[in-house]
Ligand binder design. Structure first.
Ligand code: ANZ
Ligand code: ZN
Length: 866
């Protein structure tokens, strides 16, 4: 077996160079048949892991399938190369991040080659190269000029020892810096934001146009955007400075049950009070330490608000459950109809009565216990003109009434916040802005791009690296020419990846990020494949930037609402086989495990009789369950590895990686080659041979079964993206051919014809074995046939023959295959033919035929029982 398997490795080597090129371009004849298949580009960490193997095996199989169908497939690859890991590696190893990154890219590229992934390397891009980030900067400037990039004070994580800003991921669960161990502080810093909220409406409503996205992902985006339709309501106050408090509510009809207003800790009124009273400030600070879910609060003295409808006087509280950055940082408290308000009021106002203004529909069995939060409600007594109205109708009328009084209006609110892109780190795209004392923030002229990221010697983790380079910082104001300072923040790497799919279409354009025509012609991406971990941020940012670029006329994607990705596939995670010692609960390394020959107890902990506990879990170093697919390729060859990972699970499901199970796929691949040799040796065949019309019965069944599989394979690629069933169909096809060859009922020409089809449809998944099969066939036949054109599924055929059941005295005795018009012939001829058969002799001879009935496929004899 080992020798046989090594053949798969050799074949992989033998055809590597050829398969890496994909099908020859002359087969992609129709210039207008384009398809764009994209897998999310990787971070160049230096090692391709098994999750990458899975995505690229999927995208490359589809790539090759569409090439065979004659499409021009755009199947590019590039590198999402800015970001913290490179910066940290550079600090640790004292090398330039660009050197580290370039080295990693080389390694990963060669691993992609080992798995036979056919990418359009002529389109390769790297986000940390100036010829790419120059245009990331240009897009930033376009946003800036359209009022969609602005600076605002915002809270950051501050490491007081390293004097640096930390990303959320760099703060551990105890609130300490991952590097210095210092307690991380919150600090306000002026930072750059992008106005994604201006697109909130479209980002939400255009999800409906994305028919080929997983509904799970659309639901996640929908929640993240968080649209809420409601009303703004103004409450007059007795405060001389703040005459009104504005609240946002989705339940304006509950206005009659308002007992209090609650303000967030950052509300202007609260801030004002805190600045003039240290006792009040202390209260605010202690409330700050509470979490949002806490229902604690305190009264603001000397301020009263008035209900705009009832004119009732109500107290104003500060409450930690009111969020600063949602709505107006203020809520109208309705203890009778809202859970949180109910708890707050209980906690802070003891026993004072809670008065509802809504009741259940009269005919329902809902309990009217408080808080009564159902919206299937009618307005209670005491609500005047609204009494008896449904909750939803009263809501509209009340808001309209308030609007007439200029005390309310309908609004739509979003949870989505503007996108904070400032990073106080080195390894990112510099923000192309100059700060001038006279002119404020001034954009660097487009003609001066890129603002090059300067080289840094001895990069360290302290402070903001760019701000420590005077030659970078000090410059002239592009507007007035006075000395000025460059912006020293770099951009969030999500900015780099928010437009790379456009650049792939025009990677060498040095004037523009991409040409209008190329983008308009090839966008949206037809199929985007990647991890579900990007379901929110990356996909949302990409949608935003695509819509923005369309809004300024850089491309036209109106046929799909200027959306970048037509179909999205999120592949499942790959889990690794994990061994745990059942006694200690400790994770075990592979070399602590021994394989047994006992199928009941296949594994033991070495040197013991203890069976380890086995599960499949997310791969991690601490669980020793990582699998290196490079080793797998070295041991089993690229084709078996690709087919195995596709075979093990449907694309979207979790895949439990078990290298041992690759045997099934290996056996199949070896069998195809044996089969190819056997059929090829049967004779010399005509290259143009077509399916004959005079099929015998076995041939017709064979033909029809093959067509069914070919059609299933085509549909699995094209419609269902069901690549695991593709592999099982390959195996069925192989077995069908093998069976037909063994039983000899199908003519050899047909075996050869279908062997060629097998080699053809296998190409997308196992390109080098497909090449080998082709070579076996061509050598034996002296052909120059190739497998690069996808097969067409033929109509099913009927045999010229039919099986007849021979029934004797009511019992089925034997079958006879004959021309389908057999029973329409002369009775004596029929009888003599049947009598000539061995079974005929046995059951029919020397008996007197009392009756003979022939109908459909039944020939029934009634014989004398003597
Ligand atoms: C009165 C009321 C009565 C409310 C009732 C609900 C039920 P969504 O749907 O998520 O948009 N709210 C408004 N601003 C808030 C803030 N800054 N922090 C915390 N909560 C805030 O939620 C809207 C509801 O959340 C609003 O409607 C408001 O409470 C509260 F029976 O107003 B409601
Ligand atoms: Zn200036």
């Amino acid at each position: 077996r080992a020798a046989k398997v090594s053949r798969l490795i050799e074949i992989g080597e033998k055809w590597k160079e050829k398969t890496l090129k994909g099908t020859p371009s002359l087969f992609r004849d129709d210039a207008n048949k384009n398809i764009y298949i994209l897998s999310m580009f990787p971070y160049p960490s230096g090692i391709l892991h098994i999750g990458h193997l899975r995505v690229y095996a999927i995208s490359d199989s589809l790539n090759r399938f569409y090439q065979q169908k004659g499409y021009n497939v755009i199947h590019p690859m590039g590198w999402d190369a800015f970001g913290l890991p490179a910066e940290n590696a550079a600090i640790e190893r004292n090398i330039d991040p660009s050197v580290w990154t370039a080295h990693n890219i080389e390694k990963m590229k060669s691993q992609m080659g080992n798995m036979l992934a056919n990418f359009n390397w002529e389109r390769e891009l790297t986000t940390c190269h100036p010829d790419y980030y120059k245009f990331t900067q240009l897009i930033f400037l376009k946003l800036f000029k359209n009022g969609l990039a602005y600076q605002k004070e915002s809270e950051i994580n501050w490491d007081p020892i390293d004097k640096t800003v930390l990303a959320n991921e760099q703060v551990d669960s105890q609130g300490k810096s991952w590097r210095s161990g210092a307690i991380v502080e919150k600090k306000l810093l002026k930072q750059w934001f992008l106005g994604i909220t201006n697109f909130a409406h479209d980002l939400r409503s255009d999800l409906k146009a994305l028919k080929n996205w997983p509904s799970k992902v659309k639901a996640m985006q929908n929640n993240w955007i968080g649209e809420s339709a409601g009303s703004d309501i103004m409450f007059e106050t007795n405060d001389p400075q703040f005459n009104f408090i504005k609240v946002f509510t989705t339940r304006a009809e509950t206005l009659f049950s308002v007992e209090y207003l609650a303000l967030s800790l950052g509300h202007p009124i609260v801030k004002k009070r805190a600045s003039s009273s240290s006792a009040f400030e202390a209260q605010v600070e202690s409330a700050q330490a509470l979490d949002e879910d806490s229902k604690k609060g305190f009264l603001i003295p000397d301020i009263t608000a008035f209900n705009p409808l009832t004119k009732k006087k109500i107290p104003v509280y500060v409450a930690s459950y009111v969020l600063d950055n949602y709505g107006h940082g203020a809520v109208m408290g309705c203890p009778a109809h809202d859970d949180r308000d109910f708890l707050f009021w209980k906690e802070n106002n003891g026993e004072s009565p809670i008065i509802p203004c809504l009741a259940p529909y009269p005919s329902t069995t809902q309990s009217n216990e408080l808080p009564f939060i159902s919206q299937e409600a009618v307005m209670s007594k005491g609500t005047g003109e609204y009494e008896g109205l449904f909750s939803t109708e009263a809501r509209i009328r009340i808001t309209n009434k308030l609007q007439g009084m200029s005390l309310g209006e309908n609004v739509i609110l979003y949870k989505l916040r503007d996108w904070l892109i400032s990073r106080q780190r080195y390894w990112g795209t510099p923000i192309p802005i100059v700060h001038c004392d006279h002119c404020g923030p001034v954009p660097v002229p487009e003609s001066e791009l890129p603002v090059v990221l300067p080289e840094v010697k001895g990069l360290n983790s302290k402070g903001n690296p760019l701000s420590q380079i005077p030659e970078f910082v000090n410059t002239k104001c592009p507007s007035c020419g006075e000395p000025a300072k460059r912006e020293t923040d770099t951009m969030d790497t999500f900015m780099d990846s928010s437009w790379y799919f456009f650049r792939f279409l025009d990677p060498n354009n040095d004037k523009l990020p991409f040409s209008y025509d190329k983008a308009t012609k090839n966008m949206p991406v037809d199929l985007y494949i990647g991890g579900v971990e990007h379901a929110i941020l990356h996909l949302l940012y990409s949608r935003f930037i695509s819509k923005f670029l369309a809004s300024i006329g850089m491309w036209d994607g109106t046929q799909l609402k200027n959306e970048p990705f037509k179909r999205l596939v999120t592949q499942g995670m790959v889990h690794g086989k994990t061994f745990v010692n059942p006694q200690s609960g400790r994770f075990l390394k592979p070399d602590e495990i021994e394989c047994t020959s006992d199928s009941e107890k296949p594994f033991l902990i070495k040197g013991t009789e203890i069976e380890p506990k086995i599960s499949h879990e997310k791969m991690s170093k601490s669980k020793y369950n990582g699998a290196d697919f490079n080793e797998c390729i070295a041991k089993h060859g690229p084709d078996a590895t690709r087919a195995h990972i596709l075979f093990q699970a449907p694309i979207e499901d979790v895949l439990n990686w078990d290298e041992n199970k690759i045997i099934g796929v290996e056996r199949w691949l070896l069998k195809t080659m044996t089969l190819a040799s056997s059929i090829s040796q049967k004779g010399s065949f005509k290259l143009e041979y077509q399916i004959p019309s005079d099929l015998n019965q076995a041939e017709a069944m064979f033909h029809n079964a093959i067509q069914k599989l070919l059609s299933s394979i085509t549909n699995s690629f094209e419609r269902y993206l069901s690549l695991n069933t593709v592999i099982s169909d390959y195996m069925k096809l192989t077995n069908l051919l093998d069976g037909a060859m063994r039983n000899g009922q199908v003519r050899e020409e047909m075996l050869m014809l279908n062997l060629k089809k097998l080699a053809t449809v296998m190409y997308p998944v196992v390109p080098s074995v497909s090449e080998e099969l082709t070579e076996i066939i061509n050598k034996s036949q002296n052909w120059e046939w190739n497998q690069y054109k996808w097969i067409s599924v033929e109509p099913t055929m009927e045999s010229k023959e039919k099986s007849f059941q021979i029934v004797v005295n009511g019992r089925m005795k034997f079958m006879h295959v004959a021309d389908k018009d057999f029973i329409k012939g002369n009775r004596d001829v029929i009888l003599s033919q049947l009598m000539a058969l061995p079974e005929g002799k046995k059951y029919l001879s020397n008996k007197r035929i009392k009756k003979l009935i022939m109908k459909n496929n039944v020939i029934s004899f009634i014989l004398d029982k003597k």
